[in-house]
Design a protein around this ligand. Structure first.
Ligand code: PMP
Length: 365
């Protein structure tokens, strides 16, 4: 197999994000010949035993890595994070009930907006007026009669992250798209959580959904099959033709995650983020956007330069060093460096060295 390491760039994109080279190699091999079947992974039938085995192993690994038992169902779905924004209220909200939403960033806001088409929503906390550059303060008590409480564990665009769950008796639903399996969480406490794969657990094209059986049972039953979680569970993610290749690459990522261990990945993610934030505090040209250290994301580090010259200068300087994907989201500007599981400590140290080198270059100009 060709060794691509020598010409791979240092990639810090927010998603589709970096994947480990060994996973890319395995995926590439399966495109040519999957498990010695003489067929490509792109050619195998989705209801055949080969793919059923892929689904079963992926489901078992999700449960193992999250410490879940058979009280939870695992689904692989299409339509991205955004389809979940619509399916959640369709399945779990009705005219008599209200759903609670925590508005901590763009995606959290979009989720609440979608739910408002289907029923009553209540924004129980928001940091919109602070431009989402901090986490909102949660109320002392949350109405226990809410149908569910939705929140976004990591705010990909603004770079804030919740490290704990809101305290409530209301069923919790979390969008974990941009930090799933980057750290331990009390996964069994959730009624449902979901993650589009293209950040920490795979390629674009598939979204992982995990739903607790007792919560699922409370869901609406009068829905078209494709929009019903219960129907997807009944058909074991095979209601229609699933994105076979995306699920397979997600399985490769789950195997890789298990080999690394969640504890190791969490420690390394902490170390990567601490090193980068420390450098941004020290470097005279850059400052982190999120001031409160307890609100800072370990996955998406957002920062700005002191002026446009330094911003454009560092972008050009780093591009020259084969660094890609550090521009901020188009709505936020500045820089965003994503430190997902597949981004190595060595890559982060290299980026830090470039930030230091550029500071010297700039100051001598
Ligand atoms: N939620 C979060 C936290 C995200 O970061 C994103 C995409 N960046 C989405 C949802 C939307 O995902 P998709 O593009 O797969 O619909």
């Amino acid at each position: 197999m060709t060794n691509y390491s020598s010409n791979r760039k240092l990639y810090f994109g927010a998603g589709p994000a970096s994947l480990p080279e060994e996973v890319l190699q395995e995926a590439a091999a399966a495109v040519v010949n999957f498990n010695n079947t003489g067929l490509s992974i792109l050619e195998i039938p989705h209801r055949g035993k080969q793919f059923i085995a892929v689904l079963e192993e992926a489901n078992a690994l999700v449960k193992e890595l999250c410490g879940l038992n058979d009280n939870h169902e695992v689904l692989w779905m299409q339509g991205g994070g955004r389809l979940q924004f619509c399916m959640i209220p369709m399945n779990f909200l009705n005219q008599e009930k209200t759903a609670g939403y925590i508005d901590s960033g763009h995606w959290a806001h979009e989720a609440a907006k979608a739910a408002a088409y289907y029923g009553n929503t209540q924004i129980i906390a928001s940091s919109k007026t602070e431009n989402y550059n901090q986490l909102p303060l949660l109320p002392e008590s949350i109405d226990p009669s809410l149908a569910y409480l939705h929140f976004t564990t990591n705010n990909t665009i603004y770079g804030t992250q919740w490290t704990t769950e809101p305290k409530t008796s209301v069923p919790l639903i979390a969008d974990m798209s941009s930090d799933f399996l980057s750290c331990q969480r009390n996964f069994s406490d959730y009624g449902m959580f979901y993650a589009c794969a293209q950040k920490n657990i795979g390629p674009a094209g598939v979204t992982l959904v995990v739903v607790r059986k007792d919560f699922l049972e409370k869901g609406n039953s009068n829905l078209p099959e494709m929009l019903s979680y219960a129907q997807h569970v009944k058909q074991q993610s095979l209601l229609n033709t699933p994105p076979v290749f995306a699920v397979y690459v997600s399985l490769l990522m789950l195997r890789w995650t298990k080999r690394q261990s969640l504890a190791f990945l969490e420690n390394t993610n902490n170390e990567k983020a601490t090193l980068l934030y420390t450098e941004l505090e020290r470097n005279s040209l850059f400052t982190p956007n999120i001031i409160n250290e307890n609100h800072r994301s370990k996955m998406n580090v957002c920062f700005k330069a002191i002026n446009e010259t330094a911003e454009k200068g560092f972008l050009a300087f780093s591009k020259n060093k084969d660094v890609e994907g550090i521009e901020g989201h188009r709505s936020a500007g500045g820089f965003r460096v994503s430190l997902y599981n597949a981004v190595t400590l060595a890559a982060v140290k290299k980026l830090i060295a470039f930030l230091q080198e550029y500071e010297q270059v700039y100051l001598k100009q």
